[in-house]
Every structure is written in C-alpha cells, then in structure tokens.
Design a protein around this ligand. Structure first.
Ligand code: ACO
Length: 429
C-alpha cells in the first residue's frame, strides 16, 4: 500500500506511518509524535484513538458486523455454547473435543469457593448492589489464589481462566441468596454452565430448580452475545489496569466497576426501569422518545445508540427474537416487551434518531429475557459481567503478552491556573 500520511506543522513536514489491520482498517501511527514534534493529540472519549492492536474481536459498526476471532456472532449463537466460545476468545481457536473436555472438567473442579469466602458475604449489608459485591469478591479471589493471579505459563493461564469463569457463577448466586437471607445452594457438578448458575440462584434446599432447555439455551446465547466487544469502556479498563502489571483478578474487578455505569453495562437495568415507568403510566412511549430528544432533559432513550454501531446492533436483533421464544416457553406475556417494540418503532421512524444513526443496542431487549427468567433488575449488569468475562480474560492475556507491554498513560492538555503563590489561611477572606 502506497498511502502516506504527512503532518505539516509550520513549514516542517512529518511523515507518519500508516498501519492496516487484517480487515483493512487503517490507522495513522502517532506513537513517536510527541518525541518528534512536541505535540500530542487530543481525542476526548477516544472515539478516534486506537489504543492497541488486537486479534480478538472485529466489529464493523456501519454494517452491523461482529466476529470473535473471525467467526461471525450469528454462527456462534447458532452452533456454539458459551464455554466453547469462551475458549475460542481466550485461546484464539475453537477447542478440539479433547481440549473441550479438559476445559469443562477444569470448570467443574473449580466451581466451589474456599469456605472462608462465604464469610465475606456476611460483611455486606443486605442493600448492597450485586455489582459492588461481585467486584469485591473477584478481587478477593487473588487472596485465595495468589499463584493464579499472575499466571506465568499457559497451563496456569488455563487454570486461572477456568477458576474465574467457574467461580463467578458461585459468587453471583451466593450474593443473590445473601440478599434474600436464603441458604446458599452449592454448585452441582452434573449440570452444565447456565443450568448450574440458575440452580444455585433459584433452587431451595427442599426443592431443586430445573430450568427448561429453551431457557438455558436463551441465557447461554445471551452470554455468548456479551462475551466480547473489543475496546469498550470496561475492556479498556481491564487492559489499562493490566498494563500496570496488576493481576488478573484485580484487572477484572476494575472492569466490573467500569461496566456498572448506566451508559455501559448498567443500561440493561435502566432500560427496564424506563419501560416500567411507561407501563406505570408515568409517560407514554411517544412522550419518552420526545423527552430523549430534548438535550436539557438529561434523559436518553436507554438501550439506544452505540459508539461503534451506526446500524442495528446485530446482538439486539438476535436477543429480540429470543425474547419471544422464552416468553412462549414460560407461558407468560410481558407488557414491557410490547412497550419496547412500540418505542423502537417510534424511534426508528423519528428524524432525530435517523440522523444520528441511533438504533437499539444489546441492552434494549436483554432485560426482558432476564426478567422472564426471574433475575432481579439490579442483577442484569451482573449477567452482562458473567458474559463479558472471557473477553476480559482474553484482553488481559493479550495485554500482558504483548511485545510492547508499556504501561497505559495518556497525556492531557492542561487548562488550569498558571503558576501562582500559596496564600496563608489567615490572609484568605
Ligand atoms: N437517546 C437520545 N439521544 C442520544 C442517545 C439516546 N440513547 N444516544 C446518543 N444520543 C445523541 C446525543 O445526545 C448526541 O446528540 P448531538 O449530536 O445532538 O449532541 C448524539 O446522539 C451522539 O451521542 P454521543 O453521546 O456523542 O454518542 P456516544 O458514542 O458518545 O455514546 C452511548 C454512546 C453512551 C451508548 C449513548 O448512545 C447512550 O448514552 N445511550 C444510552 C445508554 C445505553 O444504552 N448504553 C448502552 C450502550 S451498549 C453497551 O455498553 C453494552
């Protein structure tokens, strides 16, 4: 490729190297810009900044394309299972049957928590947000598994990945039980990944919860759809923390905090709250869309818009169709689904949303499925976190194994006061 980039500052030209990704995505490499010119770039929100080269996930936002390690998301939700997709993301290839068996048995071996970890839950108030507990408990794993926190060879990485992916279910289910004051239900080695999670949440000592295959499959597909999304806010957080040399559990714990916000993983909870408000008669769908268009309202149509997708989020399309299957299987009809469909229809015909290319994102319909399964709304972001775990592990691994492996440390353009003198307290009025 002969394309060249030249930066002209005053009468001096600075040639800049162009880097091209495997799907033709182009970037101007400015890594020596400051050293060469004394200038830095300014890009609030990083919308134009490539922070790294990555071989994990490809997104083409204008065409609504999402692929993990080259495989389209539509094929993965059709043919794969969450655990197999996790393996693909973390190690770059689909597992052979032998590798799959080995990884599955590692998950089974690691599903229990150290008994002392149960006592951590006693220290949380009953009003604790599940994301706060999850972040704290994942960080606490580094105290119980210090060797695995900073794995130094492939088999330790595998062990660490299995430990995190398996124990996260137990932590989530125990936090659910703690808030309800119900006895913890231990994992069952006979169950598959999602069935085991739902069993630990919804079984009682005297009555075992048996989710239907339609329900477990829908939740499994939901987890696949959340498994990675390249350099989003939480993944970038994991990478940034990892770049300091922090251990896997600490890095993932920070990612969970980043995911918690309503503009990111907390949006699925915010969507349901918005739909509930409409259902309760607080406003109708049209008023809600009008309110979202008013800048000074501070309100946004939750579950709409995306930094990367300027087209229908491919994940939202799949989840929308799964909503019907789950509701039919459970024999319930959810008025919130009708409201969501109406909102979507109004917004997609509205000039404001068309102009800004705002479409439903992954969070718009996911809460309907989780609600139908019985997951409380403040745990929706937690299910997002379970799904995103393989992506975080893959990015942690890519960051720590990268050849450049420099600490992430952005610069700034300082706009504060110029140098001034300290004024003693008694002279200040
Ligand atoms: N409702 C109304 N207006 C919106 C919305 C929305 N949901 N999203 C964006 N806009 C408008 C903005 O006001 C802005 O308008 P302007 O150009 O007139 O100023 C324009 O669209 C561009 O918006 P930005 O905030 O610049 O877009 P950005 O890429 O920074 O934000 C984000 C993306 C955070 C997802 C945003 O669309 C949003 O807040 N959506 C609602 C929350 C949500 O659903 N988050 C989940 C995202 S997916 C995920 O994290 C898994």
């Amino acid at each position: 490729m002969n394309e060249k980039a030249v930066l002209r500052l005053g009468d001096q030209d600075y040639p800049l190297v162009i880097t091209v990704g495997s799907e033709g995505e182009k970037a101007i490499d400015i890594s020596s810009l400051r050293a060469d010119t004394g200038y830095i770039t300014l890009d609030p929100g990083f919308a134009n900044t490539g922070a790294c080269e990555s071989g994990i996930t490809f997104i083409q936002g204008d065409q609504g394309i999402l692929r993990y390690r080259g495989i389209p998301i539509e094929q993965l939700v059709q043919h794969s299972r969450f655990i197999e997709t996790a393996y693909l993301l973390i190690w770059g290839e689909l597992p052979t049957p032998k590798q799959m068996d080995h990884f599955s048995s590692l998950l089974t071996q690691n599903e229990m928590l150290h008994e002392n970890m149960k006592h951590h839950f006693e220290g949380f108030p009953w009003t604790s947000h599940p994301m706060a507990m999850l972040s704290a408990m994942i960080n606490a794993l580094s105290c119980y598994h210090p060797v695995l926190s900073a794995p130094s060879n492939p088999s330790q990485v595998e062990q660490a990945a299995a430990t995190l992916m398996s124990k996260v279910r137990t932590l989530v289910a125990f936090s659910y039980k703690m808030v309800r004051g119900e006895p913890f239900i231990y994992p069952s080695p006979k169950r598959r990944y999602v069935s085991n999670l739902l069993h630990m949440m919804f079984s009682q000592p005297e009555e075992s919860y048996e989710p239907s295959p339609v329900v477990t499959r829908a939740v499994d597909r939901l987890l696949i759809l959340h498994a990675d999304h390249e350099q989003n806010c939480s993944t970038s957080t994991v990478r940034m923390v990892a770049s300091s040399g922090a251990n896997l559990f600490a890095s993932v714990s920070a990612g969970i905090c980043a995911l918690w916000g309503p503009r990111h993983g907390g949006a699925n909870q915010a969507v349901i709250e918005m739909l509930e408000e409409i259902h309760a008669g607080g406003m109708d769908a049209r008023q809600c869309v009008e309110l979202a268009k008013k800048k000074d309202s501070g309100f946004r149509l939750m579950g709409f818009g995306h930094r990367v997708y300027k087209n229908y989020d491919p994940r939202a399309r799949i989840i929308k169709s799964d909503c019907d299957k789950v509701l039919e299987e459970l024999g319930c009809c959810d008025p919130l689904l009708e409201i969501a469909r109406e909102l979507e229809e109004i917004a997609l015909r509205d000039e404001y949303f068309i102009e800004r290319k705002l479409y439903p994102n992954v969070d718009f319909y996911s809460g309907i499925i989780l609600r139908a399964v019985g997951v409380p709304k403040n745990m929706f972001p937690v299910f997002f976190a379970i799904g995103r775990l393989p992506g975080w592990i893959a990015h942690w691994r890519e960051t720590t194994e990268s050849r450049s492996n420099r600490i992430d440390r952005p610069r700034q353009v300082y706009t504060g006061p110029n140098e001034r003198q300290y004024v003693p307290l008694e002279q200040r009025c």
